[in-house]
Design a protein around this ligand. Structure first.
Ligand SMILES: NC(=O)c1ccc[n+]([C@@H]2O[C@H](COP(=O)([O-])OP(=O)(O)OC[C@H]3O[C@@H](n4cnc5c(N)ncnc54)[C@H](O)[C@@H]3O)[C@@H](O)[C@H]2O)c1
Length: 285
């Protein structure tokens, strides 16, 4: 089967990026949101991201127009009826993802592939909500999707060789470098990242050092491109809490336990960059 039409569910941080890189690679893209307001915001974010690429000399205005023409938006799941590949990028919640997959299973053609961009949830648990477990795979992109080269494919016990091969083909067409991970909590990358972030939250919470010094220490001392607190703001603190909770639930490993400070920040609506405030304040220039 040749994949030509991609559907993306969710047009938040990740969905926008996935829709953008898919359209840039020449795919016909349909992206959805839960309401028109969020869809408009998502489409605007895609427009702005492409405008930045034009400004940086990476594409022309004509290229931008061509890419935008390939992306349509919808707020109706039924519109995904002609998609060859669905990539779900809704919020990190197992019950929601299962509900979405049950619905998609009845809507998309029977040989289409269903992929999830989950950061850490069990892909087989999501696949179990469908009658096509062999056609379900994890396609874990990284933020910001147009910039980050990695695509982590997650193969479950039921994912067929053919599905994995198709997902690889798409990833390569999107210009990504691919790794294949087993369906374990956090896969490869988040299994390594989450204990690092959580230790940084605890260090800050205990007053070990200022947020700036924690970030500078990791950045300049370990050679990481971003400090852990700045990175957490970038990923979204709400998303980090959901990932940590899901990983703790499955592993019962205390290294994955989200510290109180993060819950308080999320309760206050401090989600990081996307809400204007997290460990740092983004409301001032
Ligand atoms: N933020 C990251 O750095 C990152 C990286 C890799 C993977 N992920 C994963 O990607 C997924 C999305 O994360 P995000 O950071 O983009 O979150 P986000 O909150 O920015 O966006 C999620 C969007 O999904 C929408 N949504 C919820 N239910 C929906 C439905 N039924 N149909 C369509 N849209 C729906 C929400 O309205 C929201 O706009 C999560 O599973 C997350 O774990 C996130």
């Amino acid at each position: 089967m040749e994949i030509k039409k991609i559907g993306v569910m969710g047009c938040g941080l990740m969905g926008c990026g996935i829709a953008e890189v898919s359209a840039k690679a020449g795919y016909d893209v349909l992206v959805s949101e839960i309401n028109q307001n969020l869809l408009d915001k998502g489409m605007q974010a895609i427009d702005e991201s492409l405008a930045r690429a034009v400004k940086a000399g990476k594409m022309t205005d004509a290229d931008k127009a061509t890419v935008l023409q390939r992306i349509k938006g919808t707020i109706k799941i039924a519109d995904f009826g002609d998609r060859d590949l669905m990539i779900e990028a809704a919020v990190e919640n197992l019950e929601l993802k299962k509900k979405i997959f049950t619905e998609l299973d009845t809507i998309v053609p029977k040989d289409s592939i269903l992929a999830t961009n989950t950061s850490c949830l069990s892909v087989i648990a999501i696949a179990s909500a469908t009658k096509r477990q062999d056609k379900v795979v994890g396609m874990h992109f990284f933020n910001p999707v147009p910039v980050m080269k990695l695509l982590e494919l997650v193969r479950t016990v039921a994912t067929s060789e053919e599905t994995l091969a198709e997902a690889k083909k798409v990833g390569e067409k999107l210009g990504k470098s691919i790794i294949v991970a087993p369906d374990v909590p956090g896969f490869i990358v988040n299994r390594l990242l989450m204990p690092h972030l959580i230790e940084a939250f605890k260090s800050y919470e205990s007053g070990l050092a200022s947020r700036e010094d924690i970030d500078k220490g990791v950045q300049l001392g370990l050679g990481y491109p971003m400090g852990p607190l700045a990175l957490a703001d970038y990923v979204g603190l709400d998303t980090i809490v959901m990932i940590g909770d899901a990983m703790f639930e499955e592993t019962k490993d205390s290294h994955m336990a989200i510290p109180v400070i993060l819950r308080k920040m999320v309760a206050a609506g401090w989600y990081g960059r996307k809400s204007g405030k997290g460990f740092y304040d983004y409301t001032k220039k």
